[in-house]
Design a protein around this ligand. Structure first.
Ligand SMILES: [Zn+2]
Length: 245
């Protein structure tokens, strides 16, 4: 069966249980700069690939439990507009809750020679939007060549530097499941070593019975409604047609 169809069991409560289980094993939640690969430390990274509002829900859930994490947002995604009033407010609220804002950088949009300048520009824009310092980067769907890239980029740490990616454990919910093994089964957790836990809020703002496809279908339906409402608010004849339906 298609893996996207088969995975369930993700929700905010499930996320909370996962963090509880890691903390029960002695893990402390830390920031990128503080993390020491040989210690039972946990970096919480959220890549906001599709929905800023889902990220806000997750950020509020974490803040209610005194958890601070890092939210990496895209500036050039076709899936959301960070400057829309509700998304910009959500971004600033996430920062205001004490979370860190990082740049989620889509390197496929640039030539490799242009990465440094592009990252500097995007970080500066994100700093202006979020009102916080942006000094950490994660790559969106990185090419193999960027995994383990050892140097800073535009003077900033990135989440695939060896210290965060290969010196410590790395576990991601990409595609809506733990396809490379669940965090609690990770060899680093077995050895009480540090772990960078990568989650995408879209998969967790859900009911546990929902598959990844269910979640995406629900998102599309809600975006469809918002799109119609935005069109109606701007184009009176469309409003009249919608009202008549
Ligand atoms: Zn991504």
């Amino acid at each position: 069966m298609n893996q996207l169809v088969s995975t369930t069991g993700f929700s905010l409560a499930a996320y909370g249980r996962l963090l509880d289980a890691l903390r029960y094993r002695g893990y402390a939640i830390v920031d990128y700069e503080e993390a020491e690969p040989a210690k039972p430390q946990l970096i919480l990274r959220h890549d906001v690939d599709v929905c800023v509002q889902n990220a806000l829900t997750m950020a509020e859930y974490e803040a209610a439990q005194a958890i601070r994490s890092t939210y990496f947002v895209l500036l050039r995604s076709p899936l959301y507009n960070l400057l829309s009033p509700e998304n910009l407010k959500a971004l600033q609220t996430i920062a205001g809750l004490g979370h860190r804002v990082g740049l989620h950088f889509d390197a496929t949009l640039y030539r490799a020679e242009a990465y440094q300048d592009a990252i500097a520009r995007e970080c500066e824009a994100l700093e202006n939007l979020s009102g916080t310092t942006v000094d950490i980067i994660s790559f969106h769907r990185p090419a193999q060549a960027l995994l383990g890239y050892p140097d800073r980029l535009a003077g900033r740490f990135h989440a695939y530097m060896p210290r965060f990616f290969s010196d410590m454990g790395y576990c991601s919910d990409s595609r809506g499941g733990w396809y490379r093994g669940a965090p609690l089964d990770h060899p680093a957790v077995d050895e009480s070593k540090a772990l960078q836990l990568v989650t995408h809020p879209i998969w967790w703002i859900a009911e546990e019975h929902e598959t990844a496809i269910d979640k995406l279908d629900r998102l599309v339906a809600s975006r469809d409604t918002q799109y119609r409402e935005a069109l109606a608010a701007n184009i009176t004849p469309y409003q009249e047609v919608l009202n008549a339906r």
